[in-house]
Design a protein around this ligand. Structure first.
Ligand code: NAP
Length: 486
């Protein structure tokens, strides 16, 4: 069988892959394919279907700047509406012919002689001049290493693999974890369960979301005057930029205001002092992802809901036993234990120049330039790669900036007949050192483990600046920082 050759292969048809494809078309590059492991588009918004799944960034900002949507039903959209938006983009920008489903990438190797990426999927092989990974940071569910997990007689699943076949009504349910996913579905379980036990290892700082449905006249207004939606988006960008101040270690005074607000918010809904104390984190606001919910604390206040802070000792056939020798009998356990956020490109075996393995070259941390390129891996571009996650704003802003940068490069490669671009070693190293230096001054450095960090404590996921700064450094393809072969 012949191996199809393309200018660009994009891996993943989530927000990042779709944005990349739109930007390539905009630059006149049509010879690309998107290889998608599943049978449909949507990435994280296809996978996470738990009850109450919704965005914790307002939709006016959690959408592409070039594709405003006057039809959002809520200020903070629900999973199905976000998935519809992604499908709408696929249709409007005519991307379907470019997408090949059921193609799971296992390896990619750079062929220097031919200046091509040779891409291996479980099902087929492909070749392309440039390779863009758009596989997200949160798509490998992480199951906890708790003794006895396989012994449980009831049903269990991870929040990202929700089993909608199982009736929740009148069940005794245990939820392990209380992060961004858990706080969205716990209120729904609280309405159904006979008893609900929330096993919390550490509390999170939380603020109200103040969500509501958009009124009909508001939707009409923005469809007639689209600039109003743009203005609203700008307002949220401004609020997010202000929220960024909290991410800097030095702004303790502002942080205290937010911590007090959060404690007041707990007290608005819960009266038992012991429970209130259990919900107050011992780390600074912003050091781990702050949460937004209107429903979580009211759910915890319900009679059928208990917050358990004893450490889990093991899972037993009938439920969960804790270190204080208590046993919780359960019908169902839901693991809301997050995702394997690094190493990046976890399941993909990437080899670059001189058979250099990406895993090996990242042994001490994911060296990167702008979170997009890596020395020794010519024509490889990452979207939502290392050090491009945010604690204060919409990651779609970062994704759009990356798609602009990469598509400009691909366009230049075509028009100037470049074979390959490889970021210069000193440029990448200096960039990475400066980013890590800035990250040491961020509040994320002031707490222990979090998904922002690798096992050895390096902040590998987050970007230390505002989104505007990132947009600025990705505004043009800086060819002077790359070795170019023609
Ligand atoms: P998460 O924030 O990583 O939370 C995992 C939870 O599981 C934490 O409470 C953690 O406790 C607990 N946990 C992990 N291992 C455990 C163990 N062995 N024993 C007991 N507890 C354990 O995961 P997530 O809630 O799925 O959210 C992940 C990210 O997805 C979010 O930060 C966010 O970026 C994204 N997300 C976004 C949205 C959105 O609206 N855009 C919605 C949902 C999720 P510790 O805190 O003690 O580690």
């Amino acid at each position: 069988m012949t191996t199809p050759k393309h200018t660009t292969i994009i891996i993943g048809a989530g927000f990042a892959g779709i944005c990349m494809a739109i930007k390539l078309k905009e630059k006149g590059v049509h010879d690309f394919v998107i290889l998608e492991k599943a049978k449909s588009v949507g990435g994280t918004w296809r996978e996470n279907t738990y009850p109450g799944a919704e965005c914790d960034i307002p939709s006016a900002l959690y959408s592409f700047s070039f594709e405003s949507n006057p039809n959002w039903k809520y200020k903070w959209s629900h999973q199905d509406q976000i998935l519809d938006y992604i499908r709408h983009c696929v249709d409007k920008y005519e991307l379907s012919p470019h997408i090949i489903f059921d193609r799971e990438l296992t390896g990619a190797s750079w062929d220097e002689a031919e200046a091509l990426w040779k891409v291996t999927c479980v099902q087929e092989k492909y070749e392309s001049q440039t390779l863009v990974t758009a596989i997200g940071q949160l798509h490998h569910p992480s199951m906890p290493a708790i003794d006895g997990i396989e012994l449980f007689d009831g049903q269990s699943w991870h929040s990202a693999k929700w089993n909608h076949e199982v009736e929740l009504k009148n069940k005794r349910i245990g939820v392990i974890g209380n992060g961004a996913s858990a706080v969205q579905f716990i209120p729904h379980l609280a309405d159904e369960a006979e008893s609900l036990f929330v096993f919390q290892r550490s509390p999170n700082w939380m603020l109200p979301k103040q969500d509501r449905a958009y009124r009909e006249f508001e939707k009409k207004l923005v469809s007639v005057f689209p600039f109003l939606l743009k203005l609203y988006r700008l307002k949220i960008v401004g609020l997010a930029a202000a929220f960024y101040m909290l991410m800097l270690d030095k702004h303790n005074c502002i942080r205290k205001i937010y911590e007090n607000k959060s404690v007041d918010y707990i007290k608005d809904h819960l009266t038992d002092e012991a429970t209130i104390q259990k919900l107050i984190p011992d780390y600074p606001f912003g050091a781990r992802r702050a949460l937004f919910s209107d429903e979580y604390y009211p759910a915890l206040a319900k009679d059928n809901v208990s917050l358990i802070t004893d450490s889990i000792k093991k899972i037993i056939p009938t439920g969960i036993s804790t270190t204080s020798s208590k046993v919780y009998d359960l019908d169902l356990i839901i693991y809301a234990t997050g995702f394997k956020t690094n190493p990046f490109l976890l399941d993909i075996d990437v080899t670059g120049l001189n058979q250099l393995s990406l895993k090996k070259s990242w042994a001490n941390g994911p060296l990167n330039y702008k979170g997009i390129t890596v020395t020794g891996f010519p024509n490889l571009f990452m979207m939502y790669g290392p050090n491009t996650n945010l604690g204060h704003s919409s990651v779609l802003l970062m994704i759009e900036a990356q798609a602009n940068y990469i598509s400009r490069c691909v366009q230049k490669m075509k028009t100037k007949n470049w074979k390959s671009v490889n970021v210069k070693t000193n440029i990448m190293n200096d960039y990475y050192i400066s980013i890590q230096d800035r990250l040491s001054k961020m509040i994320w450095a002031k707490t222990g483990a979090s998904w922002y960090k690798s096992a050895n404590g390096i902040i590998v996921n987050n970007w230390p600046g505002r989104t505007g700064e990132y947009e600025k450094i990705t505004k043009r393809f800086d060819e002077e920082n790359y070795e170019i072969s023609v």
